[in-house]
Design a protein around this ligand. Structure first.
Ligand SMILES: O=C(O)[C@H]1O[C@H](OP(=O)(O)OP(=O)(O)OC[C@H]2O[C@@H](n3ccc(=O)[nH]c3=O)[C@H](O)[C@@H]2O)[C@H](O)[C@@H](O)[C@@H]1O
Length: 392
């Protein structure tokens, strides 16, 4: 009997055991599955959390980048689109200077690719800073006295100090810039097959015996005077252009630029326009050198820039005068500035500058006839903008 009971119990136990083992197995599998799914959800949750955190941290940066991109694309003056065929690669030496920066504006706005080269002796970065970062624009800090190797289609060679106090300050540097600098640029033009426009000057006529000055006149320059570094430097630069044209077939253009004024002239430039305006604004005496009977004719910078571009794209290789023939004595000019600024400044007569040209006025018939160019801006309305630095 006892055996039977034990057998029943053990039979029961065996079945129970099986049941218990099965249950334990199921529980184990369930728990393993649960842990696995739990772990996956924790992991997924964790990954999501990390992503969320990264997103949170990056979002303000993304916004900043978007703002920057927007401000970049908005800050440039409007630029025309030019097809590959019409778009030129243009180098402007002295492109951060007074005339150079206005030329840069014009060529950029016309849709060309512009490389400005300047050693910042008289040029200023801020004259072209509104183009920095634009895909068509490049600024290179370089002195043209050193050779330059770049690929371009046209070269506007403007690099040189132009104000008498500036060019007389370091006459050897002025000579090197106008001679070695011009040789380097003509060498570049020859190598890459570019056309070069030289910014020459009315100073090649010196203290002229012919009035008004036309392009046929050979000039009257003192080769050993204080202005010679500039006058003779520009004269030999012209000579170099025609030697390269004749011997190497380089396409050259020569603009003889007469007195020019406009925004971005530096207030310490030392030329008469900025001197008189600054003196009148500060109520200081207007410094007239000599009797003030010497004459000049002033053109506004936008007229000059249009003339330069039109000459570059013409087929005229001989020199062309670019200037406004409206002539004033320096004394008349001092009085005009005084009345425009409504200033109580006195006029102070100082000793005459050595070799100062007594008369200067361009004969612009050639430019009118061959380029269809003439000044359109009446100088009088623009004197006051001279010391502005903003794009205008
Ligand atoms: O303005 C320009 O674009 C030209 O300026 C200068 O030629 P310059 O005519 O001697 O220029 P200024 O220094 O402005 O002198 C003009 C006249 O004003 C007189 N001046 C100048 C400054 C001053 O404070 N007071 C004064 O009476 C000068 O003696 C000169 O007779 C440069 O030499 C040229 O290359 C340049 O093209």
């Amino acid at each position: 009997m006892m055996k039977r009971i034990i057998w029943v119990i053990s039979g029961l136990n065996r079945r129970m055991m099986k049941l218990l083992v099965a249950l334990a197995l199921i529980a184990y599998i369930a728990s393993v599955w649960g842990t696995y799914t739990n772990m996956r959800s924790i992991q997924e949750h964790g990954e999501m959390k990390i992503e969320e955190r990264i997103d949170e941290a990056v979002a303000p940066l993304r916004e900043k980048i978007r703002d920057l991109e927007l401000s970049f694309s908005q800050k440039y003056p409007p630029v025309k689109f030019l097809s590959e065929k019409d778009r030129k690669r243009i180098l402007i030496t002295g492109g951060a200077g007074f005339v150079g920066s206005h030329l840069t504006d014009k060529l950029m706005m016309d849709g060309h690719e512009v490389t400005v080269v300047d050693n910042f002796f008289t040029g200023r970065k801020r004259n072209v800073e509104h183009w920095i970062g634009h895909e068509n624009f490049e600024l290179i800090n370089h002195d043209v006295v050193e050779p330059l190797y770049i690929e371009v289609d046209q070269i506007y060679h403007l690099a040189s100090p132009a104000s008498p106090p500036n060019y007389m300050y370091n006459p050897i540097k002025t000579l090197k810039t106008n001679t070695i600098g011009t040789l380097n640029m003509l060498g570049l033009a020859k190598r890459v097959g570019a056309r070069l426009l030289l910014a020459s000057t009315s100073e090649v006529y010196g203290d002229p015996e012919v009035h008004p000055q036309n392009e046929e006149y050979w000039g009257h320059v003192n080769p050993i005077g204080p202005r010679a570094c500039y006058d003779e430097g520009k004269r030999v630069a012209e000579t170099m252009c025609y030697a390269y044209m004749k011997q190497e077939g380089v396409e050259v253009r020569v603009a003889r630029i007469f007195n020019t004024f406009g925004s971005r002239m530096h207030m310490n430039d030392g030329r008469v326009v900025s001197n008189f305006i600054l003196q009148a604004l500060q109520g200081e005496p207007l410094t007239v050198y000599g009797s003030g009977s010497q004459t000049r004719a002033f053109q506004y910078v936008s007229d000059l820039v249009n003339g330069l571009v039109s000459l570059m794209n013409s087929n005229i290789s001989s020199p062309v005068n670019l200037g406004n023939p409206e002539e004033h004595t320096i004394l008349e000019f001092a009085e005009l500035i005084r009345s425009l600024v409504v200033s109580r400044s006195q006029i102070q007569f100082l000793p005459e500058a050595q070799d100062d040209p007594r008369r200067r006025r361009p004969d612009i018939r050639k430019a009118k006839m061959m380029l269809g160019w003439e000044p359109v801006v009446s100088a009088n309305t623009h004197w006051i903008h001279t010391l502005d630095t903003k794009p205008r």
